[in-house]
Write a protein that binds this ligand. Structure first.
Ligand SMILES: NC(=O)c1ccc[n+]([C@@H]2O[C@H](COP(=O)([O-])OP(=O)(O)OC[C@H]3O[C@@H](n4cnc5c(N)ncnc54)[C@H](OP(=O)(O)O)[C@@H]3O)[C@@H](O)[C@H]2O)c1
Length: 313
């Protein structure tokens, strides 16, 4: 496959466009927000901690003084919070051009969300499924929904026989397995949504992406939230040396949100060895994200778990 020639200079003029980026208080979400804002988009930083969101605004404004940014509160792990955010957006009636489903959590002890689901599945997939369904009517023609998956999506275990109970924290608990399942769900969802939008004749695109490996705070959120310093093992420190920057990790997201020529349902990933780093390009969707029966099952589970319908698609 040919290497990508994409650079940040290829981001089109986004003046007059409005984007919502979940998990924009750090890492890939913050850097994607910076790049979209630098191209002229108005960006809503959708974050669970408004104080961290305001710090992210300050950080972006240091390099993009003209950035048009707003902070809005949402906890993706709580369906009530997602519904509140959705209602506020509907009331605002500002419309939307890009929804970036980026927020994510990885690892940690066994934990149930407020709604009783495994915390990573709740945050990474169910919250974004609900948010997307609630905001879909606000998307302008030609709008895009980008969902951030992971290389770990290849390791998910979701099948056509998965039940709602499987999305709850189970014993024995394996956090890595649950993370992989949640990221497989993100990939299946983005591809299936793309297919459904096309089938309905919509020109709104749903695109999946993954960042390869990027040096962000993923995995140390709990320590951060508790005000403890991030403690990295020697292995993790070494990993940081080979990982690309958070900014490069945001390239697939920004490419998926803005590159011309996409039709929806694609996966965008770095073009380097094993998709670990590099410039963004479209790659074949992993087998774990292509199975139509699993995608249909996941869609049913998403609806059942969240009560959110995608009217008409
Ligand atoms: N870094 C990588 O190598 C890598 C690889 C594959 C996929 N990804 C994916 O990339 C996305 C971004 O992660 P990152 O690497 O940039 O890590 P990060 O710096 O930890 O960013 C994750 C963001 O998600 C937010 N978040 C977590 N739980 C939330 C919740 N319940 N409600 C709202 N926001 C919540 C965090 O908010 P707080 O600031 O409040 O903690 C943070 O802003 C994730 O979906 C992750 O799975 C990353």
């Amino acid at each position: 496959m040919a290497r990508s020639t994409w650079t940040e200079r290829d981001i089109p003029d986004l003046a007059g466009r409005r984007a919502i980026v979940t998990g924009a208080s750090s890492g890939i979400g913050l850097e994607a927000s910076r790049l979209l804002a630098a191209a002229g988009a108005e960006v809503v930083l959708a974050v669970r901690d408004p104080a961290r969101g305001r710090r992210a605004v300050e950080e972006i404004t240091r390099t993009v003084p003209e950035a048009r940014l707003a902070v809005a509160e949402i906890d993706l792990s709580e369906l009530d919070s997602v519904r509140r955010f959705g209602r506020r957006e509907v009331e605002l009636a500002r419309g939307l051009d890009m929804l970036i489903n980026n927020a994510g959590t990885s690892g940690g002890p066994r934990r149930a969300s407020a709604d009783g689901f495994e915390i990573q599945m709740a945050t990474n997939f169910l919250g974004h499924f609900a948010l997307t369904g609630l905001l879909l009517p606000l998307l302008h023609p030609g709008g895009r929904i980008v969902t951030v998956a992971s290389l770990m999506a290849r390791r998910g275990h979701l099948s056509a026989a998965t039940t709602l109970e499987d999305l709850r924290p189970r014993e024995p608990y394996r956090a890595g397995r649950c993370y992989a399942d949640s990221k497989q769900a993100d990939l299946l969802f983005a591809v299936e949504l793309g297919r459904r939008l096309r089938a309905a004749g919509s020109d709104i695109l749903s695109v999946a992406c993954h960042p390869g490996g990027a040096a962000t705070g993923l995995g140390s959120q709990r320590a951060r939230a508790a005000g403890r310093p991030e403690r990295l093992t020697i292995g993790a420190r070494l990993m940081r040396l080979v990982l690309q920057s958070a900014r490069a990790g945001a390239w697939p997201t920004v490419f998926a949100a803005t590159a011309p020529g996409l039709v929806g349902g694609e996966l965008v990933a770095p073009d380097g060895i094993a998709q670990g780093r590099g410039r963004p390009r479209v790659v074949p969707v992993f087998a774990s994200g292509r199975d139509a029966a699993v995608a249909a099952r996941l869609w049913e589970l998403g609806r059942e778990a969240t009560g959110v319908e995608f009217g008409g698609i």
